[in-house]
Ligand binder design. Structure first.
Ligand code: NAD
Length: 332
């Protein structure tokens, strides 16, 4: 099958290489608003370049991968759907719940599948934890501890358009907490701090945030996120139950040091998300080829992405107002 790729920036260029290496993919057509970027990626992976969006959508591709910036997602998803093409879109569907709802309503009844890119759902550790929760090995779960820690902040210009740390970083944890437990979030309390560079506060954001989630069965989950984890890139989930605890992301690459002098973890930390989730991104795009082929439903739907965004919105409001927020008050 042939896949169209829209957006060849940081994650798009990475997805281009992955797509080109998938056995199911016989050709890739790329388009980027920045022609030089598209040309460079097309040359590198041996893809065809489309000069504009219509050119890509009309090029005979079987499905479309969207890796343009968040503000462009809604419009691009709708354009691909109008062309009848299955869509993979990097998270989120759109920047706001209102816009997300408009996209989902437009897709309803069209039969066009939408797969949103929450790649942790394809990571071996997270998959194992989900299975252990589902088969009851851990007993009943009482506490989840999720963390998303970046070694260093992105450039200052990225922050004002990022949606804030809860929508940009913790949203992955909100999605995975729902997916691992199969439960819904009912209440959110979030707080944050700025002890790093001033551009976070200037954008109304924080460089470090903590969210406390209450799930509908009473399980409690904390999601921590920071832009200043000097020890290295750290993405983990600890699931603690009445009979056992299982941790995803605790490997020789974990940027942790034992205060008691234990010699483990012994390896070097992953530099960032691309190295940490290399296999997961490949499995995710491979799953999308099955969605395109019609052999599996979307493994992460627009409704899933909406649910994670609603938690992020609640966290953003909770921090701003300094109080717990019931999800029903933002998600309706
Ligand atoms: N799942 C993940 O782990 C993960 C990681 C990083 C980024 N993302 C998501 O991926 C998206 C892209 O992020 P990025 O860091 O690669 O951004 P980026 O700015 O590096 O790249 C975006 C590219 O899209 C192009 N572009 C802009 N508007 C366009 C349009 N209308 N049509 C075609 N091309 C257009 C830009 O020229 C640029 O090359 C964001 O929505 C982000 O949330 C997800």
């Amino acid at each position: 099958m042939r896949i169209g790729l829209i957006g060849t920036g940081r994650i798009g260029a990475f997805h281009a290489e992955t797509l080109a290496g998938l056995p199911a993919v016989t050709g890739v057509v790329v388009h980027d608003a920045d022609e030089r970027s598209a040309r460079a990626v097309a040359d590198r992976i041996g893809a065809t370049r489309a000069a504009d969006l219509d050119g890509l959508l009309g090029s005979g591709v079987d499905g479309v991968v969207i890796a343009a910036p968040t503000f462009a997602h809604a419009e691009l998803i709708l354009a691909a759907a109008r062309a009848g093409l299955p869509v993979f879109c990097e998270k989120p569907v759109a920047g706001t719940l209102q816009e997300t709802d408009a996209v989902l309503a437009a897709l309803d009844g069209t039969g066009v599948p939408l797969h949103i890119g929450f790649q942790r759902r394809f990571d071996a550790g997270y998959l194992a934890v989900r299975e252990a929760v589902a088969d009851g090995r851990l007993g009943w779960t009482h506490t989840l501890r999720a963390c998303t820690s970046d070694p260093a902040p992105p450039h200052a210009g990225y922050i004002p358009g990022s949606g804030g740390i809860f929508r940009d970083c913790s949203v992955h944890d909100y999605d995975i907490v729902r997916w691992v437990t199969g439960r819904e979030v009912v209440e959110v309390y979030a707080t944050g701090a700025n002890r790093g560079e001033e551009f976070f506060a200037a954008a109304g954001d924080v460089d470090t945030g903590v969210t406390l989630l209450t799930l509908d069965d009473g399980t409690l989950a904390t999601c921590t996120a920071t832009r200043y984890n000097g020890a290295g890139y750290d993405v983990r989930l600890e699931v603690c139950g009445s009979r056992g605890t299982l941790v995803a992301g605790l490997t020789d690459h974990s940027p942790l040091t034992s205060a008691e002098g234990a010699a483990w973890p012994a390896g070097t930390p992953h530099p960032g998300f691309m190295e940490r989730f290399l296999d997961a991104y490949r499995a995710e795009l491979s799953a999308f080829t099955e969605v395109v082929a019609g052999t599996r439903p979307s493994p992460c739907t627009g409704r899933d992405a909406r649910a994670a965004l609603a938690v992020a919105d609640a966290a953003t409001r909770s921090r701003a107002e300094g109080r717990p927020v019931r999800l029903a008050t933002v998600a309706a």
